[in-house]
Design a binder for this molecule. Sequence first.
Ligand SMILES: CC(C)(COP(=O)(O)OP(=O)(O)OC[C@H]1O[C@@H](n2cnc3c(N)ncnc32)[C@H](O)[C@@H]1OP(=O)(O)O)[C@@H](O)C(=O)NCCC(=O)NCCS
Length: 166
Amino acid sequence: MYDIINDAATAYRGVIPADRWRNPYMSREELDHEIRDGIIFWGYEENGLLTGVMGIQDRGDVTLIRHAYVATEHQRKGVGASLLSMLLGQTDNPVLIGTWADAFWAVKFYEKHGFHTVSPEEKDRLLRRYWKIPERQVETSVVLADKKYRNSVPHTGNSAFRNIHA
Ligand SMILES: CC(C)(COP(=O)(O)OP(=O)(O)OC[C@H]1O[C@@H](n2cnc3c(N)ncnc32)[C@H](O)[C@@H]1OP(=O)(O)O)[C@@H](O)C(=O)NCCC(=O)NCCS
């Protein structure tokens, strides 16, 4: 897992803000911490070789997809799609995914699976509520939401829900 994450994360080099890039991108201690924090990782194996990993984290009223990484030489062959659909089948909750705003390929990948980017205000609110990440990462990230989440958010604007018995 550690090797796949840090190999796949080389895609971020020169793309995400320089002050956010590290090598290795995720240390073994950080990975252990994420697992202790409740992220359940699943792997995709081909002929006994692990080629991709993806995590799922229950956060009560929503489920997060965390840390999606496919080994560089196995990318764009459907591994990510297989992992994502397997994980989405594990929850009935609305699903949210956060990624770097500049990782256009990841945004495209999630959009292909029915996720839409939420507004910048909603993104800030969601990242602060459901993730434990530094403010700088909140600034430089986007959040994508599935249809269930989008349908669960009441419309804003001139319409509102009112308790007519009150
Ligand atoms: C994002 C990622 C998990 C997707 O897994 P994958 O196995 O490569 O994706 P799939 O083969 O299932 O789907 C491919 C689709 O994803 C998008 N995509 C993936 N990599 C892309 C790239 N380098 N450039 C453009 N689009 C890309 C495209 O929509 C692509 O469809 P296309 O090939 O028809 O254009 C994987 O590419 C990866 O590990 N990337 C580097 C790390 C990363 O960005 N992780 C996301 C963290 S939230």
